[in-house]
Design a protein around this ligand. Structure first.
Ligand code: SAM
Ligand code: ZN
Length: 272
């Protein structure tokens, strides 16, 4: 619910506290933001676009089938015991945030996302989620030191802002793909590759304010139908890169089921 997360937010124009006033959210200075019919509020000052409706639908389909369940479990474990507010930056459909909230009955969840189709999903992913339009590259409409746990799963981040919002003693959980993530599929379908030192690059930008405290290499096999492969490709950055017709042709040529390996690092950081 949006009202539950408002105490953790600040006006994107002036930083003042926000309150719910009928179908809008307002600050004391007089800035107002409409609450969308689907229950989220957009606090992005400019125009930023994220994943398309098709990408978000593909993501919901793929994650809903449980194919990334080991990653979800590792994220919940790394989040630890959560009270107060857990925020998910680049939350997508709210899948990981909802799982963390299921394990944390006293916490509320803040889904920060830029794509409207994703905000619509996230707003109804869990009764304790408030979905808020925010740009991960810019200043976040979140009060300083307000967030107990921040999740950042396959999504963009601004290290200075993460550092600003994580509470004293709080945590950040980042999921990054390794070079081996979906490697067989990347080769067969000519998808975008992951930089070999991706996780180290992320850690270098987050320290010294946030210190790595746990790291879990999560690797597991997945068996996918051709339709699942199309969802998996459709929900990722390669959706912009490979044409639909070419992709369908290449997927049709694969054996079914398609056997691939997921390989990600789940890194927990603590505020020093
Ligand atoms: C690869 S998806 C991951 C979504 C979700 N964390 C998950 O793993 O299911 C990346 C997400 O980041 C969002 N995104 C892209 N640019 C963004 C930005 N500048 N600010 C906030 N979110 C952004 C996209 O809309 C998309 O939902
Ligand atoms: Zn304001």
């Amino acid at each position: 619910m949006l009202a539950d997360v408002l105490p953790y937010l600040g006006c994107p124009h002036c930083g003042a506290a926000l309150t719910l006033a009928g179908p809008a959210v307002r600050c004391a200075t007089g800035h107002g933001f409409d609450v969308a019919r689907q229950g989220y509020v957009n606090l992005v000052p400019g125009k930023v676009s994220g994943d398309s409706a098709d990408m978000v639908a593909a993501r919901a389909d793929f994650l809903g089938k449980g194919h990334y369940a080991p990653i979800t479990r590792a994220v919940v474990a790394a989040a630890g015991e959560v009270r107060g507010c857990v925020a998910d930056l680049g939350a997508g459909t709210g899948h990981y945030l909802a799982a963390v909230l299921d394990a944390a009955p006293d916490a509320v969840g803040l889904a920060l996302e830029v794509a409207k189709p994703a905000l619509r999903w996230a707003a109804r992913a869990h009764p304790r989620i408030g979905a808020v339009g925010a740009d991960a590259w810019g200043a976040l409409p979140v009060r300083g030191r307000a967030i107990s746990v921040v999740l950042n799963v396959f999504a963009p981040r601004n290290p200075a802002e993460l550092n600003r919002i994580v509470a004293a003693g709080g945590r950040l959980v980042v999921v990054t793909p390794t070079e081996d993530h979906l490697a067989a599929l990347v080769a067969a379908l000519d998808l975008l590759t992951v930089a070999p030192d991706k996780a180290q690059q992320v850690t270098a930008r987050l320290t010294p304010h946030l210190r790595p405290s746990t790291q879990d290499l999560v690797e597991f096999g997945i068996e996918l139908s051709h339709q699942d492969v199309l969802s998996l490709v459709g929900m990722g950055p390669s959706a912009w890169h490979v044409g639909v017709a070419t992709l369908r042709e290449r997927v049709a040529a694969l054996p079914e089921p398609v056997r691939i390996t997921a390989s990600v690092l789940v890194t927990g950081y603590r505020r020093a």
